[in-house]
Design a protein around this ligand. Sequence first.
Ligand SMILES: [Zn+2]
Length: 353
Amino acid sequence: MTRVNPCVEQTRGAVVRGLLLLIAFLLAVTWVDSEPALARQVHQASVSARAVAGVAEQAIDKRPDAKRESPDVPSPTPGATAEAAETPLADLFGQMFSAPDESGQSVKLALAAENVLPTPDGRSRQMRIPILMYHYISDPPRGADMVRRDLSLAGSDFEVQLRYLASEGYHSVSLYDLLMHLQRGAALPEKPIALTFDDGYKDAFTVAFPLLQKYGFKGTFFIFTKPIIEENRDYLSWRDVELMSAAGMEFGSHSYSHPDLRGRSPEFMAREIVKSKEDIEAHIRRPVRFFCYPSGSYDRKVVKAIKSAGYWAAVTTQQGVEHTTNDLLELSRIRVHGESGLERFDALLNLNW
Ligand SMILES: [Zn+2]
């Protein structure tokens, strides 16, 4: 029988206790140290522009049909992105920006990074460029009232106008091109002109789109999403929108239900301004950067909401052709009336606004 020396027993006990204490100490130190480290990481992740851009980049690559859209987008300066990351879009709309499911979230994150307005290069610019405003490109229905007739330009008249623009040396530009010129001095073609179409009527796809393609012009289509979601046949379908976008047409939001946005609640505004933007983006998989005030109605608060929602610029129904770096959210346009002959069209373009 082996007898254990009590001294050895004691010593062994002390060693074990010491070891346990040491392990406990090490664990405590690691835990204490890891907490601020973790906090630092979280903080960095939430404010670091690079972190946000990185996540977005990965999200783009992970998309099923992963393809970088808008390769022409200049990488935003760290300052600009940091500002975007630190000032969440939610300042006006609370949590409505970031509710939904996981899959939608990654696309949103990806697009959010491309949605940052490029930092201006510090130069204030002014330019004269007509932004034409069209509605229906088709004959008005029999018995249509004056308003409807005024909103409707026959396809044949539209083609005459396009042919005229081409022969006069005009080059169509997107609002993205226009904005990049105002913000960063990006080059524009000679005699630039922008063609915008409000409301997303079906003839945008069946008449305007093929004619624009025939003459090599770009168009910007401001759609409101309610009739599309409800599959109203008088309006574009999501498939129309996707095909047109893939062919180089630009899309902007014209709200969800085309209401007067003045004096509305944040919840209402979120659906009209933010949700419509997200719905269009989910379909065309490109950032939606431009807004068109429904019926041209807006006030200071609406302008602020549009800016908070991440739009770069917005068009109005104010008549004019001069644009400056300072009026991006109130861009004026020229209304092209229905039943207007070439003479009147020419006068519109050359009027001293
Ligand atoms: Zn409208």
